[in-house]
Design a protein around this ligand. Structure first.
Ligand SMILES: COc1cccc(CC(=N)NC(=O)c2cccnc2OC2CCNCC2)c1
Length: 389
């Protein structure tokens, strides 16, 4: 189906796929900053731009409410992402963030927030090149304002504000196919609370399975089995940074994280991000790492459950403990913390534990995109070392 807007943008076009005469790298050169449009794009008359100060509790609440009622739903419209205020406050303020990249649209008369889009800066390595990019996320238009062609103007406005900071590439994901995925990943779910998942229709009772048999199938030990498995702490940042930087080198696309980034993105924050490591009891060396972020979903229209508590696999490194055992310990602590389900994409080396740890395939795909950067070969998920929130 035609992509009226995306055919006008510097993104890989379907017609160019396979044309490896086109060089890998930026599609368009940077524009001199003086030539970047200085004023915001025009919005339909009733609406105005607002820069959302995510340090303000009221603004965080307005953004939370917009997303909680209007953001991404699953294909059957049974669940809707319910990012918490604390999560948004964390996700949008990494080292070097720009307030101007937290963009809202509100109704001039009522001041009601009706749309949102964000960018955060990230250093992303693509093969051997480190590229300063914007990670674009949380594009949301109020349900009542859909198909007014607001999304293209919001994408153009965040692009314009990213250009003003002399950044010319971006990365983003979507559940829909646009020109042109750099990789397409499958998502997987591991039941932790199978009874609730079946009650709310997230999972179905397997054929020839009883509920008690299903509960037994997903049962986990009370506590992690790996000696030296513990929560990450501030003093672990240098060692975790070394471990993670070295591990991510094997992937064709991965974040280039320094200690400041690791401190922000991976230090545990209650109900936002959890991270654990294995410190060898003999040598006190840090040999392995695992992490997940907390992204609940609203359960739409269910009489006795309103929230699905979900953990999303984030960055994991195994150098001594088998990844299978490390991730099983992650499942165990997620169950201890009362998560209903543990989600993962088939990126990095996740394929090696998904089936064995009783993950089931989800009913959709997550497509990864780069803006203004051509990659000649669509990446296999196992070549991708990037997890977006
Ligand atoms: C269970 O509640 C849902 C509520 C809304 C959408 C979906 C399906 C879905 N679209 N899932 C994912 O995109 C997904 C599945 C596994 C891991 N990460 C994911 O997406 C992340 C990364 C992209 N931004 C959203 C969160 C499920």
């Amino acid at each position: 189906k035609r992509h009226k807007f995306w055919e006008t943008q510097p993104v890989g076009q379907f017609k160019d796929l396979g044309d490896s005469s086109l060089p890998e790298g930026p599609i368009e050169p940077p524009t001199p900053l003086s030539e970047v449009k200085q004023e915001p794009y025009n919005l339909p008359n009733l609406y105005e731009w607002i820069t959302c100060d995510m340090e303000s509790t009221e603004m965080c609440t307005e953004v939370y409410n917009l997303l909680s009622n209007n953001y991404v739903e699953d294909d059957d419209n049974m669940f809707r992402f319910n990012y918490s205020k604390e999560f948004l406050h964390w996700a949008l303020r990494p080292p070097g963030h720009y307030k101007s990249w937290h963009i809202g649209v509100r109704v001039k008369s009522s001041k009601k927030l009706v749309a949102f889009i964000t960018g955060v800066p990230a250093r992303i390595r693509v093969r051997d090149s480190i590229v300063q990019m914007a990670e674009i996320n949380f594009l949301c238009v109020h349900k009542k304002l859909r198909s007014k062609r607001l999304a293209p103007v919001m994408i153009k406005e965040v692009t314009r504000r990213v250009h003003l900071e002399n950044i010319w590439q971006a990365a983003y994901t979507a559940g829909v196919v646009l020109p042109t995925p750099m990789s397409t990943c499958q998502y997987w779910h591991r039941s932790l609370n199978p009874k609730k998942l079946i009650d709310v229709g997230f999972s179905r009772l397997g054929a020839r399975m009883t509920m008690s048999r299903t509960i037994k199938l997903y049962k986990l030990p009370e506590s992690p089995v790996t000696p030296g498995f513990r929560k990450m702490e501030l003093h672990d940042v240098p060692a975790v940074t070394r471990l993670l930087r070295n591990y991510l080198l094997q992937f064709l696309v991965a974040p280039d994280l320094d200690e400041n980034d690791v401190e922000h993105w991976l230090l545990p924050k209650a109900d936002v991000v959890d991270s654990f490591l294995v410190e060898s009891p003999e040598t006190h060396e840090i040999t392995d790492f695992c992490s997940f972020y907390t992204l609940p979903s609203s359960i739409l229209g269910h009489p006795n459950h309103s929230i699905l508590k979900a953990a999303y696999s984030y960055y994991n490194v195994s150098t001594k403990t088998p990844l299978l055992q490390l991730m099983n310990d992650a499942l165990i602590v997620a169950k201890q913390k009362d998560y209903d389900v543990f989600n993962a994409l088939d990126v990095m080396q996740n394929d090696c534990f998904l089936k064995e740890l009783k993950f089931g395939p989800g009913d959709g795909k997550l497509h990864y995109y780069l803006y203004n950067y051509r990659i000649n070969h669509v990446l296999r998920p196992s070549e991708l070392g990037l997890v977006l929130l």
